[in-house]
Design a protein around this ligand. Structure first.
Ligand code: TXA
Ligand code: MG
Length: 324
């Protein structure tokens, strides 16, 4: 079983494992990541192996500072502006790779672009100490809900990895927002921890949405973040034996009969709801209810990313290959 060490005592062990081409689960401000040295093919392969993840999915490379980012990728002016405004933070930028950047091709699944992010806290410190970027998808088995606590990581991946660094519950609770420059514009590839409106305000223009060529961010595949239970969204009523994931002050009809009940944010705060989302889905799933019924959640601000993750959790799972 994986060892769980608090951030204050984990640095040495984490560095030794990463240096030896092994993987380590680390806290970031968004969700826990399963990190490996992005320049070491064995380390990157171990990430895919531990997650049971299809190999064609490219990973995010995490950097410690702008100098490291500039060695890896080519920034257009708009992307640089966003990096300066939002890094470190829950923003990922897809950029053209710089030739000879040392990133193992397994990280990018052979693409000539790379997804880059500068995380806050322990992850950033670890990368600076290692001196090399870390590839890190969310620390969960392929297709499962992302882990927002060290305990959730250990319960899922504990038998397959050696170390989980415990930084407590992740503050944001949703994966990063992924953007890609397209000429003079930016496309939202995945809604996430920074609301689209906040980015639009920073750049003074609207983001392009949908219609990206192919499945560019396979986090975009339909069935994803799937709990064991079925999921029913935008529910105004609930049947006996179903579990209720509530939001705000107004209850779905029949809620008193719920098999299990959790409220993402009694006050209707979308930030609080985002930070609770994955852990509450897991808790309700563990209740054994056949269905998790979810009350309507507004689409503005972080509500876009919350509804995105919920609709993937609710998507039919047959004949859809789960991804990250
Ligand atoms: O908050 C996060 O982003 C977390 C933490 C650990 O940093 N990481 C995370 O990674 O969510 P992952 O691997 O679960 O999701 C990465 C997403 C995938 O949907 C992947 O397809 C997309 O980024 N991606 C990676 N490289 C890409 C590229 N070159 N072009 C387009 N999409 C890319
Ligand atoms: Mg993931």
């Amino acid at each position: 079983m994986a060892e769980i060490l608090a951030v204050g005592e984990a640095m040495g062990r984490a560095l030794a494992l990463l240096d030896g081409g092994d993987v380590v689960a680390i806290p970031t401000e968004t969700v826990y990541g399963l990190a490996g040295d992005a320049t070491n093919g064995i380390g990157v392969a171990r990430i895919f192996e531990a997650k049971g993840r299809p190999r064609f999915n490219p990973l995010i490379a995490h950097v410690a500072d702008m100098a490291m980012a500039d060695r890896i990728a080519l920034f257009d002016p708009l992307s640089r502006k966003l990096a300066l405004a939002f890094w470190p933070g829950p923003l990922t930028l897809v950029l053209p790779q710089r030739a000879g950047n040392g990133i193992h091709p397994l990280v990018t699944a052979g693409l000539d672009t790379i997804a880059l992010r500068m995380p806050r806290g322990f992850g950033g410190d670890l990368i600076a100490r290692l001196g090399r970027p870390l590839a890190a998808p969310s620390a969960n088995s392929s297709g499962k809900i992302s882990a927002t606590t060290a305990q959730a990581v250990a319960a899922d991946l504990g038998a397959r990895i050696k170390l989980v660094v415990d930084g407590g519950a992740t503050p944001v609770g949703l994966e990063s927002t992924i953007l890609k420059a397209e000429g003079e514009h930016l496309r939202l590839l995945r809604p996430g921890g920074i609301a689209a409106e906040e980015i639009e305000a920073a750049i003074g223009m609207e983001l392009l949405r949908g219609g990206a060529a192919g499945v560019e961010a396979p986090g975009m595949l339909a069935s994803h973040y799937a709990p064991g239970a079925g999921v029913r969204l935008n529910a105004r009523s609930i049947g006996a034996g179903e579990a209720l994931l509530a939001f705000g002050g107004e209850r779905a009809e029949g809620w008193r009969g719920a098999a299990a009940f959790l409220n993402l944010s009694p006050s209707g705060d979308l930030r609080e709801a985002a930070s609770n989302l994955f852990a509450y889905m897991q808790d309700l799933d563990r209740s054994g209810a056949r269905t998790i019924v979810v009350e309507p959640i507004p689409l503005d601000g972080l509500g876009e990313a919350i509804n995105d993750r919920l609709s993937r959790a609710a998507a039919p799972r047959d004949n859809t290959q789960p991804t990250t």
